[in-house]
Design a binder for this molecule. Sequence first.
Ligand SMILES: [Mg+2]
Length: 360
Amino acid sequence: MLPERKIIHVDMDAFYASVEQHDNPELRGKPIAVGGGQYGVVAAASYEARKFGIRSAMPGRMALEKCPHLIVVKPRFQRYKEISQQIRTIFYEYTDLVEPLSLDEAYLDVTENKKGIESANDIARAIRQRIFEETGLTASAGISVNKFLAKVASDYNKPNGQKTIHPTQIMEFMEELPIEKFYGIGKVTANKMHEMHIFKGADLKKKSLEELIRLFGKSGNYYYNVVRGIHKSEVKPHRIQKSVAVEETFWDNLLDEDSVFKQLQLISEELETRLAKKEIKGKSLTLKIKYKDFTQYTRSKTQEVYFAGATDFFETAQKLWELRPFDKPVRLLGLSLSNLNTQEKKQVSVQLKIPFKEFE
Ligand SMILES: [Mg+2]
């Protein structure tokens, strides 16, 4: 058996929104959303805005309905990247086994750390303290024996807190954990589980592996294990992506070019947001169209220089759209960027949060 690992999940609190409030004191104590507005999607909401039910990935229009005096701030990704770099530098003082999930979140394996500190709890506290001293921002942390537990734990005492799940506490913690707080269980699955009277870990634990696989496919295996505190995925220091995609399925098929362009504009913006968050650029853009009759069409354009951003994506997408072979109602549109500025050949699949669409 492998020796037990010590894993920390560090997560900045309402990152983009906190940066804006930190840099501009007039925004402090007020409900703000970074990104959004009439046509965009909320990238981050301050804690004051969350009280109105505003969440990231929510359409800006909906956010404004929930809170008419919401202050919408334009994202400044350059600034977020700068701070992200600062916090990563702090992480590397403790360990090289750092796996960033995005600009503001990372897993750290501190089993053998550079400072020879025994307690992962102490390391997490020190890191949070350093982050605060250097950036003026708060972070939360979860500490346990694997990534799943650390990730769940970091949410527990948020904001500006930390939580350790000791090996002896894992079973009890997981049994009490509400099903919607399981990392990797989205809204759709949570609802399905609620219908089956699975509300917390203890209920999930009563299901056999066979039953879970029958109900949830191969995810059943994952649910069966994590509820028992088993999650073998290691902290991978280099997550290299081959492509980044944003897709959207429409409840009502799109019937005319105007609505297609409107959606492509939104998807282009969302793609830009996702890329900025992951510090990625690319030279190939692919448009994917799925029609009402489920036939599918993709067309790509590769250029010499990196695509510049949303406007560039949108203009190229329009040209690719014009090359399509049919004129039929559209049920899905997607844009993906490949040929990225990430050199290694290894492929890692990415899951993106998309507005209007459930993701698991
Ligand atoms: Mg965060």
